[in-house]
Write a protein that binds this ligand. Sequence first.
Ligand code: AMP
Length: 409
Amino acid sequence: MSFHNLELNSAMLRAVKRAGYTEPTPIQTRAIPQILQGRDLIGCAQTGSGKTAAFALPILQMLDPVPGRRPVRVLVLAPTRELAAQINDEFGKFSRDSSLRSAAIYGGVGQQPQVDALKRGVDVLAATPGRLLDLMNQQFIHLNRIEYFVLDEADRMLDMGFIHDVKRVIKRLPEKRQTMLFSATMPPAVQELSRSMLIDPVKVEANPQATTVESIAQSIYFVESGNKRALLKHILRDPASERVLVFTRTKHRANNLAKQLNRARIPAEAIHGNKSQTARTRALAQFKSGRTAVLVATDIAARGLDIDAVTHVINFDLPNIPESYVHRIGRTARAGASGIAYSFCDVSERKYLPEIEALIRKPIAVVSEHPYVSAIEAPGPAATVNTPPNGKGRRRRQRSRGGRQRRSA
Ligand code: AMP
């Protein structure tokens, strides 16, 4: 498949070429022609699938520059500041040849530069709901001329409690518009929202979920919680651990872990919602440039981060929501690259494993040879003693023996 088969015009084909994309991703192949036909669309795709270009390219192609004072005609709602900034960057990248202008609107920074940009006139807005509503209430933004509306990462938006804000925004949009909703997962709440905001949508499911997951070498380390830090340091000492994204359950744990690593002379930064925007941007830039090898993040902070070439994702804490596992490890297999994902699992987290394995439709190989093997899972009689009566432990133990054994350092 080539971008030439997707009905993109020469300006967009040039933009794609300039971005260095040689082949469309599955979501792009399926979504671009439908959007160009004017259809409302539900895109089942996660970050890393190339979904931003899947909506940005056709929208930009359909958007003619207007003379005079330009009204906002494209609104993309995103759950996080980083994602809004990235979406704005993508639009900017693809519209460099045209006179179209885009801006990002998000909280945590002063509003004046955003207001100034709005006053100069923008065609495309990528915004988080809070600041958008704020600026709407102050009459700096009017949505009555919106032609294209994209709700990005709808599942996360709902998880983060933005449902009422989203509905408030939708109420202000003109009825006549083209709407696109993207979501990595389709829980009932997202389906309900999509029914209320889309008209006769076409559903495109380029879910690389399975394939992305397929190309990632995943393994699990059974470890006592008190030994997780030591195990992490042990793994990070491997020179192959070049650029590592570590996930923790809470902001507090992210901060503490980054501090501990720095103390052990492993340059690390934490990124989470309590950090100022400047601090987050700096941490991200340091990581992208390779100055810090380790970024410790919480789920919410990591949503939508566009970080290329992450060599490892490490789940320091196993997520209790199986979809989060897929989101997290997807960071190491961006746009076709393969990656490595390690998950630490202590006794209390064991209960999350079956659902995760059900979602990815395969068992995760157990690393049974590492210096901090949890006594419960260690080969030998201890494991047998602790085999739970439901047989799950036995299954896992057999796998751990027969499973792929990676060197952990
Ligand atoms: P997204 O899912 O939109 O966050 O995109 C993930 C990453 O893939 C971004 O860094 C994009 O620039 C990149 N990307 C998007 N489409 C393509 C493509 N067709 N070929 C290569 N990289 C792409």
